[in-house]
Design a protein around this ligand. Structure first.
Ligand code: NAP
Length: 331
């Protein structure tokens, strides 16, 4: 039996999450039985989806989420002591893992050989967010060389990868983000046009950035701004509805005029994307992303909080734009 720590929901979310929504508890982790193993967290991810995923969660329940961890005790020869794994074992410093118990929710994977790179990239650029960018953009937007692509939330974990993949595919890429520093970083990644959505009127920015219209729109933000973009789409444009972070804390979608006239008249292809539908393509996508990282074609940034006790602080600050690239908590 070993001792661990875990973060539980202290009270239900109302509007913006705050640190008061979370409570740290101690847990006793039983010794593994046959087939099980115990892990110690190395790094954990906080993600915007947790706000909506946890909304219906019971008070007192350990919060959901993925982590990279090291096996410290094992009764499973496939996962020996010392192995580095990743799985959705929640906001826990130590976990008892049974690979056979609810494998769809656990999503247990061995961390691949990263050639000396920090294992946190298994949660970011070649992890859930990187693969979301890869598959959401390539499968839904079907980009062609020469297309004009708009990415919202472009300096985040998903958006920064979408924009770089669009460049690799020969597209002209426009990115929106919430600060000058983030816009400068996007320029350094090769984005053709960037704007700070807090400083400019969206219609003016898009008229300047895409005078001939937008062919592909990868949206991370949702709400009224996403609706306004449809006015600037070209006929037969494609939109991946990948996220709607601007609406996660409002409780309801802000009232916007119906987008359907544009979708109909311009024959737009609009598709929602949920990464958890795409497990069968995860591994091949990750392999390609890691190849691009190693070739220097795909760059990444991480905003790192140190210490398991800082999980809520890291999560809460996602909604004020404190991260560039992937937000990671290192233990
Ligand atoms: N479909 C899927 O399967 C899937 C998978 C992963 C993620 N997602 C979604 O994809 C989106 C991006 O995820 P991520 O991991 O890349 O997050 P992230 O960008 O790393 O973090 C959130 C960023 O969103 C921006 N933001 C926060 N509130 C905003 C608002 N009200 N309006 C506009 N921008 C706002 C902030 O950047 P600024 O400083 O630029 O405002 C913040 O840094 C999220 O909506 C997430 O839920 C979906």
């Amino acid at each position: 039996m070993v001792k661990g720590k875990a973060w539980v929901l202290a009270k239900t979310f109302e509007g913006e999450p705050t640190e008061a929504n979370f409570r740290l508890i101690n847990e006793e982790i039983p010794a593994p039985k046959q087939g099980e193993f115990v892990t110690e967290a190395v790094c954990l991810t906080v993600d915007p989806y947790m706000r909506t995923g946890m909304a219906g969660s019971a008070v007192g329940k350990v919060l959901m989420g993925e982590q990279v961890s090291r096996v410290t005790e094992s009764k499973n020869s496939e996962y020996p002591v010392g192995a580095l794994v990743q799985c959705y074992s929640g906001w826990r410093s130590r976990s008892l893992v049974n690979p056979k118990e609810n494998p769809e929710a656990l999503r247990l994977r061995k961390v691949p050989n990263l050639g000396g790179k920090d294992s946190s990239i298994a949660l970011g650029v070649i992890g859930m967010t990187g693969v979301t960018a890869y598959l959401g953009f390539l499968e839904v937007c079907q980009p062609k060389a020469g297309d004009t692509v708009l990415v919202s939330g472009a300096a985040g974990a998903v958006g920064s990868v979408v924009g770089q993949i669009a460049k690799i595919k020969g597209c002209r890429v426009i990115g929106s983000a919430g600060s000058k520093q983030k816009c400068d970083w996007l320029k350094s990644l090769g984005f053709d046009y960037v704007f700070n959505y807090k400083d400019v009127k969206l219609d003016d920015a898009l008229k300047a950035a895409a005078p001939k219209g937008i062919d592909c729109f990868y949206d991370n933000v949702g709400g009224e701004k996403a609706y306004r973009v449809l006015e600037h789409m070209n006929n037969y444009g494609r939109m991946c509805v990948g996220g709607a972070i601007s609406t996660y804390n409002t409780g309801k979608e802000p009232l916007v005029p119906s987008p359907f006239r544009n979708i109909l008249q311009k024959r737009l292809k609009v598709q929602g994307f949920v990464i958890f539908d795409w497990d069968s393509k995860f591994q091949e996508s990750r392999t390609q992303l890691l190849r691009w990282v190693n070739e220097g074609k795909l760059k990444y940034r991480e905003t790192v909080h140190n210490g398991f006790d800082n999980m809520p602080k890291a999560f809460v600050s996602l909604f004020s734009g404190a991260n560039t690239g992937k937000m990671i908590v290192k233990v």
